[in-house]
Ligand binder design. Structure first.
Ligand code: BG6
Ligand code: MG
Length: 219
């Protein structure tokens, strides 16, 4: 039986990929590193420190740990400043409606995000009240594709993975859900999240009615 839902944040509840892109681009320009939208796609769902390593590998750069940490902080300062302009109008279409519907039907709802800025994003959206549990980049040390963040959220909800559906827009996020033996809904194109149990192109299509009709025997 499905009793709980665990949502990724960036790319599921709101689209921060562009803001992450702009912040990484600014840092990369300052460092004379190559960085484009294709590389930005590879950062979807992975942690800040894993992201900077992907960018450095791409540019064949090696730096000492303290400098890498400092540069990641610089990117984060740019990103966090850009979040000030986020408002409750910035939910992805369909996301607020689904969260409202799930609460009204009595499902438990958790956040399972890799971001250390998740609370700030939820506050900007005025979305904190939708969640019984908030799991973010500060909750666990092993990030996606490891299942730890979803296992953390499920445990705090008091539910085993087989009673939960994870919503994810990242390839590594679906990998994490599957590694934890969760049911999964992929949001995005086949080549990214085609390995999810079910897939929708956008959150707008992912209504509770549609989700229930795909996982019929579990409701
Ligand atoms: C994920 C994003 O939600 O959070 C990634 O998809 C990002 O692109 C990661 O790198 C970490 O975010 P933050 O806010 O902790 O730098
Ligand atoms: Mg995401």
């Amino acid at each position: 039986m499905i009793k709980g839902f665990i949502f990724d944040l960036d790319g599921v509840i709101t689209d921060t990929a562009e803001l992450h892109y702009e912040a990484w681009k600014k840092l990369s320009d300052d460092m004379n590193w190559k960085f484009d939208r294709e590389l930005n796609e590879k950062l979807r769902g992975i942690s800040r420190m894993d992201s900077i390593k992907v960018i450095m590998d791409y540019n064949q750069v090696t730096l000492d740990d303290a400098t890498v940490e400092e540069l990641a902080t610089k990117k984060n300062d740019i990103y966090v400043a850009s979040l000030d302009d986020m408002t409750p109008d910035d939910y992805l279409p369909g996301a607020r409606e689904l969260l409202t519907h799930l609460r009204s039907e009595g499902f438990k709802v958790a956040l399972g995000s890799a971001s250390k800025n998740a609370i700030k994003v939820l506050k900007q959206l005025n979305a904190t009240h939708f969640f019984d549990v908030i799991g973010d980049g500060n909750s666990v040390s092993k990030s996606k594709p490891e299942p730890d963040i979803f296992l953390y959220a499920a445990e705090k909800l008091g539910l085993p993975p087989e009673n939960c559906i994870v919503f994810e827009d990242a390839e590594k996020g679906i990998d994490a859900a599957k590694a934890g033996k969760f049911h999964s809904v992929g949001i995005g194109p086949e080549e990214r999240v085609g390995h999810a149990d079910i897939r929708f192109n956008t959150m707008k299509e992912a209504t509770l009615f549609e989700v229930k009709s795909h996982f019929k025997e579990l409701f």
